[in-house]
Design a protein around this ligand. Structure first.
Ligand code: SF4
Length: 903
């Protein structure tokens, strides 16, 4: 297509607007109601051009072949200026002064020569400053609707609307009332797109918006340190403080979007509770000491532990919050300096079954496809995940996909998030996933929806699976799971008949007694359908929880594998590492996290080093975890704050946060992305990378790789999976997916296209029978508790509770069905004691139809509520991942003390 703009011929894409053609020609137009991410509206009339003899709004007029466009004529300029002047005239005088002078409207006025005095409105419409992160000045609203469309078309929350008539039209929460009580989830999209400064982030000392004065502000592009989505963020700092964190429009996953955590939850950085000096326990009290004293104490303790029990008397829990390079260095320290494989990370508590299950099915432990492909699927099977709250940017992208026509099957006990938009919502009883997946597989096969040619060529295990599936007809599966047989069949048909189906799943699949079986039997569906490793489907993709839980495992912070997943029992894998490290690598797998705690309680662990994990708040059966720490002679904890775990440590080392580090993270779809320090750590706090080096020095060991860049380069020599990656390349090219064996080749975002990575090159169907969960309700504990996340907080809440997010969600609530509330005498907003066979917690009852009777839900973002004293030590039989999703409990009105007294 050819379009001529003021005599310049350009070739816009099919379907492009005249605005796109004008921009291609290098001409500029004001576009006050336009944002490239949103449906064009053409309401502000500031982008007027002449085309075909008519004056039209360029943003809403399609370009067609042969169009001639006039932009530059004086008459057109006058029309555009008049449109802007009309808008400006209604605004109060301060609209164009310093407070908001870098907003788009101010820049447009400046370019057109419209003086600030043109703003002559009376104002008086008032403000809404009720929300911690989004403030509204109604007098600056020009009713362009960008915020409303951003909330609908990008975020998908539909929280905003335009109210009033004519000149009084203004944005408002759709629920009426103050912003703080609206449905707003504080993604910040409305603030970012607002062209006038009507919507601002409070306290932002930059004049608002993304265009802060360059002379005073440093901009650092880094990767979000909250969830595993891996949003690229632009951090604006001034005078050593974070002034704002904005979504990076070049971000490959987030594409200019973010959520309340990445966008706003940085206030913890300047919390007075930040640890800034090492602490050492003396006479039962943690006292500030120098780094030298702390490190010497730790080194002495490690030597004593090894002297008493050998290297395996030392263990480390590495961190999914830390960078790849830090995890690499920590596992090298343990294997080289201590001589043990006793290293694990919190993937043990979330996606260890994914690693085991996906490896068994496909040969590699990552999700099979890039999310960009998943987003082009025509049918989504979303299982055990609530991305709207736990992975908000992915949740928003999935929702938009569904709103534009993709079919959606949700399998989740709760009616949350995307379930409201599902074609079929399957609500299996917690703990019955394997039966559910077998029921779906049974129907796929019975109705001829399996791809037999694919199965013949590329899969193994079909006869065994078919023999097993004979026992899982819909009626039986319905009895096992509680899912109506017709819903099961409808879901299987949707997935089986789709052209390009994709599976996305979360911790609702993994955190079970048979979590690995869950992953494998879910993977069966993609294999049966021929929807993995082909162009006909987008595989099986886990949504990873913490920011770098994928990377921590990739780097070998696991007891049985080295960086790149070579088994420690494999002499070849060991010798490759030994060649690089110049030291022997122990060949016996180390302890998993639960085994570390058990060894500590048994007196067999002399030292436990915990990096950035609040195990006393997040690990199951927390009372027993605390007992383990009490029993261990030396507990070292690296943390930002004095967490529940740090309080029990013998040595507490102040750590740098993700905004103060250099390195890389790996997100949920296996992309390496750069992490860059926007600030220096406070006080004497150090990066985990520096701490590991300092501790190695205290033991007289030189770990080499002096910088994070050197560490990643060395890791690439240990494993071919990452051999093509480097900081320099990531800085130049942006995100790169692994496997990436070649510095000149691209990473493999799509896996298994030619062959699967299993030893025989075939996908492996799993014929594992359904087995019941570890906990079942009975007369004493009649209700099933499921735990998970809420949108405003992250994990144990150590960071988010110390930000404005606490004003959005200030307590751990227990969601329950009104019928259960009536049955147990509970009232909305009142305290409820939850008792399990393992512990007791006090929460606030929150009545909700999202739950079915007999099931309750809570998060564990507030350690003081003690939720993880409730959860059991039942764990996945393959990987030891805890059964967080099924705990039998009973509910008693009132707080725990009252419950104990029987009041
Ligand atoms: Fe993105 Fe997750 Fe960070 Fe939110 S928490 S900004 S979704 S990476």
């Amino acid at each position: 297509m050819r379009v001529t703009v003021d005599g310049i011929t350009v070739r816009p894409a099919q379907g492009a607007s005249l605005l796109a053609a004008v921009r291609l020609a290098g001409a500029e137009l004001p576009t006050l109601c336009h944002d490239d991410r949103l449906t064009p509206e053409g309401s502000c009339r500031t982008c007027l051009v002449r085309s075909g003899g008519n004056v039209v709004a360029a943003c809403v007029t399609p370009a067609v072949d042969g169009t001639v466009v006039e932009v530059a004529g004086d008459a057109l300029r006058a029309l555009r200026r008049e449109a802007v002047e009309v808008i400006v005239a209604a605004l109060p005088p301060y609209a164009l002064d310093g407070g908001v002078d870098d907003r788009e409207l101010a820049r447009v006025c400046h370019a057109m020569g419209i003086a600030p005095q043109a703003a002559q409105g009376r104002g008086g419409r008032g403000r809404d400053d009720s929300h911690p992160y989004v403030h509204l000045d109604r007098d600056l609203c020009i009713a362009c609707g960008r915020c409303v469309r951003m909330c609908a078309e990008v975020q998908g929350t539909f929280a905003l609307t335009l109210v009033g008539r004519g000149a009084d039209t203004v944005v408002a929460p759709g629920t009426g009332g103050p912003w703080a009580q609206s449905d707003c989830v504080a993604c910040g999209g409305c603030v970012d797109t607002c062209p006038t400064g009507a919507l601002t982030e409070p306290g932002l000392p930059l004049g608002g918006g993304t265009a802060a004065p360059a002379r005073t502000v440093t901009r650092t592009v880094t990767t979000c340190g909250y969830c595993g989505v891996g949003c690229s963020l632009e951090v604006l700092t001034r005078e050593g403080q974070v002034a704002a964190v904005l979504p990076d429009h070049e971000g490959p996953v987030n594409r200019g979007h973010a959520c309340v955590k990445g966008r706003f939850a940085h206030g913890f950085l300047r919390s007075p509770e930040r640890l800034t000096r090492p602490l050492l326990r003396r006479d039962g009290r943690l006292e500030p000491v120098t780094w030298q004293e702390a490190l010497e104490h730790v080194a002495r303790g490690l030597r004593a532990a090894v002297a008493a029990g050998g290297p395996d008397a030392v263990a480390v829990i590495s961190s999914a919050r830390a960078t790849n390079e830090e995890n690499y260095l920590i596992q090298k320290f343990m294997r080289v300096a201590v001589g043990t494989n006793n290293i694990d990370n919190c993937s043990r508590l979330c996606h260890a079954p994914s690693a085991a299950g996906l490896t068994a099915s496909f040969g590699l432990s990552g999700g099979t496809d890039t999310f960009d492909d998943v987003e082009t699927a025509d049918c989504l099977l979303l299982v055990g995940a609530n991305p709207i709250e736990a992975h908000p940017v992915i949740g928003a992208r999935l929702l938009q996909k569904v709103l534009r026509g993709a079919r959606l099957v949700v399998a989740d006990p709760r009616a949350v998030g995307l379930a409201r938009y599902a074609d079929v919502h399957l609500r299996p009883r917690p703990g019955t996933n394997v039966a559910l997946f077998h029921g779906l597989a049974h129907t796929l096969w019975a109705e001829g929806l399996a791809d037999e040619e694919f199965l013949r060529r590329r899969a193994g295990g079909l006869p065994e699976l078919l023999a097993l599936l004979a026992d899982y007809p819909p009626d039986r599966v319905s009895a096992l799971t509680g899912v109506p047989a017709e819903d099961l069949v409808a879901a299987a048909r949707l997935y089986g008949r789709a052209e390009r189906p994709a599976i996305i799943y979360g911790l609702g699949v993994t955190e079970h007694l048979h979590g690995t079986d869950g992953v494998r039997t879910l993977a069966n569906l993609a294999i049966l359908r021929g929807a993995v490793g082909t162009a006909r489907g987008f595989g099986v993709n886990p949504l990873r929880g913490q920011n770098n839980v994928q990377g921590a495992s990739d780097m070998g912070a696991l007891p049985d594998v080295l960086p790149g997943y070579g088994k420690v029992t494999d002499p070849l894998a060991r010798s490759r590492a030994e060649d690089v490290w110049g030291a022997p690598v122990p060949g016996r797998p180390g302890m998993r996290i639960p085994e570390m705690f058990a060894a500590a309680r048994a007196g067999a662990l002399g030292a436990l080093w915990i990096v950035g994990e609040d195990v006393c708040a997040t690990d199951p059966d927390a009372t027993r975890v605390a007992e383990a720490l009490e029993a261990c002679p030396l507990v070292v904890c690296q943390e930002l704050f004095l967490s529940q775990t740090a309080r029990r440590a013998d040595v507490v080392l102040p750590a740098a946060s993700w905004l103060e580090k250099d390195g890389t993270f790996v997100n949920f779809d296996r992309r390496f992305q750069r992490v860059r320090p926007a600030l220096a750590p406070p006080g004497e706090a150090m990066t985990d990378f520096a701490v590991v080096h300092a501790l190695a020095s205290a033991l007289g060991v030189d770990l080499g790789c002096r910088t994070p860049a050197e560490a990643l380069a060395e890791c690439g020599r240990v494993t071919p999976l990452f051999a093509g990656l480097s900081h320099e390349r990531l800085d130049r090219e942006g995100a790169i997916a692994w496997p990436c064996p070649d510095p000149r080749g691209p990473g493999e975002a799509r896996l298994h296209r030619e062959r699967f990575a299993t030893p025989d090159g075939r996908a492996h169907l799993a014929a594992c029978p359904y087995l019941p969960p570890g906990e079942n309700p009975d007369d004493h504990y009649p209700v099933i508790l499921v735990t998970g996340r809420r949108w405003a907080h992250y994990n144990s809440g150590g960071m988010t509770r110390r930000t404005g997010n606490i004003l959005l969600d200030d307590t751990d609530r227990l969601d329950l069905h009104p019928a259960d509330a009536a049955r147990y005498g509970l009232r909305d907003g009142h305290p409820v004691t939850v008792e399990s066979r393992h512990g007791r917690a006090t929460l606030t009852a929150s009545l909700s139809d999202d739950l079915v009777p007999g099931q309750v839900f809570c998060a564990f973002h507030f350690p003081s509520s003690g939720v993880n004293t409730l959860t059991s030590d039942h764990a996945d039989t393959v990987t030891s991942c805890p059964e967080y999703k099924v705990t039998a409990v009973r509910l008693i009105p009132g707080p725990a003390a009252a419950a104990r007294r029987g009041e």
